[in-house]
Design a protein around this ligand. Structure first.
Ligand code: NAD
Ligand code: DAU
Length: 339
């Protein structure tokens, strides 16, 4: 089986490559990534030693390069994760979000169809559904109502994938997952940012009243769901993937848990101005993937968070290297005017 993983040097992509290398040892995996600010080859260093995983640095929005890659690669299966993924950056500038997430997805779809790819899994997000009130959960038929440029670009890409299924009988499925956490998570997102800031004795900038709710899923559980969708999912279908009930938490609670695990004071919390159009609550009804593909989230939040905190404690050089240079300019820009 020849498999392409796009966005393979990012957070979820690199965890997926590790997971597939372990779970499907006979697969030949091509790991593709443009190595933007969020991509890091170190995330793949232990698997790149094996002959079963090879790396290519390419841009998914480069039509010629993609057609050449697909012609030579003869892939049976594609996991498409490459994306611009951070909501705050999409608010500062949206261009790359449309270029990579929308145009890049269409370029991949065209190349995959032209070269007879048998199965395509498009990794999307619950953010396409918008914001929930205090009760209820997103189902696969919830109308799309994205509120950030990031979420809007993901919704557009989902629709292009589903259109290819309808128009061209293309064998693709779309997955929509809640917030992931775990090793190799870029320290611009809440959990890795707050763990590393706390380790450095820096303030933790909590947006608004800290009561926005996210549903957290340990990244390996997400990878397990993606493999099931690839192997047993149905063409043209959307699958919601989400955390267990204990993992649906206001940001304040997540922040307290991180500080407690690190033995740090809650005085490090710094309430700051809110994210524009900050979605109040996400929650996923994942009964479809449970019923059809036998998947459920396995890792309790407390266990997953402890594993994650331990990973950041043990891999200080990984994140210290990231939190320098261009990262510091981004940080300054994002947090400067929040009061
Ligand atoms: P990430 O930002 O850590 O990784 C994205 C990767 O894509 C990076 O390695 C980057 O270099 C690469 N990339 C960006 N532009 C590219 C281009 N033009 N060509 C090739 N590679 C390019 O993101 P992540 O958190 O790992 O998310 C992966 C996917 O999962 C995204 O599609 C995201 O929308 C989706 N998702 C993420 C979460 C989450 O909580 N992190 C939840 C649900 C869905
Ligand atoms: O729901 C899935 C989505 O989860 C993915 O599609 C996105 O790629 C991923 O980035 C994530 O989006 P969020 O916006 O929910 O994640 P983030 O870590 O940026 O923020 C989580 C919550 O924490 C959110 O309510 C905003 C808040 N927050 C975030 C940061 C970075 C803060 O309070 N302070 C911060 O500094």
């Amino acid at each position: 089986m020849k498999v392409l993983v796009t966005g393979a040097a990012g957070f979820i992509g690199s965890n997926l490559v590790h997971f597939l290398a372990q779970e499907r040892p006979d697969w030949q995996i091509t790991a593709l990534d443009l190595l933007t600010y969020a991509g890091n080859l170190k995330n793949l260093s232990s698997v790149l030693d094996s002959k079963r995983v090879s790396f290519v640095k390419l841009d998914i929005a480069d039509d010629k390069a993609m057609r050449r890659l697909f012609e030579e690669g003869k892939f049976d299966l594609v996991f498409h994760l490459a994306a611009e993924s951070h909501v705050d950056r999409s608010i500062m500038s949206s261009f790359e979000f449309v270029r990579t997430n929308v145009l890049g997805t269409q370029v991949l779809l065209d190349a995959a169809r032209a070269h007879g790819v048998g199965r395509f899994v498009h990794i999307s997000t619950d953010e396409v559904y918008g914001s929930l009130g205090p009760t209820g959960a997103f189902v696969e038929t919830t109308p799309l109502d994205p509120t950030s440029p990031y979420a809007a670009s993901k919704a557009a890409s989902d629709l292009m994938v589903l259109a290819a299924c309808k128009t061209h009988n293309f064998n693709a499925s779309v997955t929509r997952c809640t917030n992931n956490y775990g090793p190799f998570h870029f320290p611009e997102k809440l959990i890795p940012l707050f763990i590393t800031n706390a380790m450095e004795g820096k303030k933790l900038p909590l947006y608004g009243d800290g009561m926005n709710v996210r549903s957290w899923l340990y990244v390996t559980d997400h990878c397990d769901a993606l493999l099931r969708v690839a192997e047993k999912g149905t063409a043209g279908e959307v699958y919601n993937i989400g955390g267990s009930e204990d993992a649906e938490l206001p940001n304040r609670e997540v922040t307290f848990a991180i500080l407690d695990m690190l033995g740090k004071s809650r005085d490090l919390i710094q309430p700051v101005g809110d994210r524009p159009a900050h979605d109040r609550r996400y929650a996923i009804d994942h009964s479809k993937i449970t019923r059809d593909l036998g998947w459920t989230p396995r890792t309790p939040f407390k266990v997953g968070l402890e594993q994650t905190v331990t990973w950041y404690l043990e891999n200080r050089s990984w994140w210290e290297e990231i939190k320098s240079g261009a990262y510091l300019s981004y940080y300054e820009k994002n947090y400067a005017n929040r009061g």
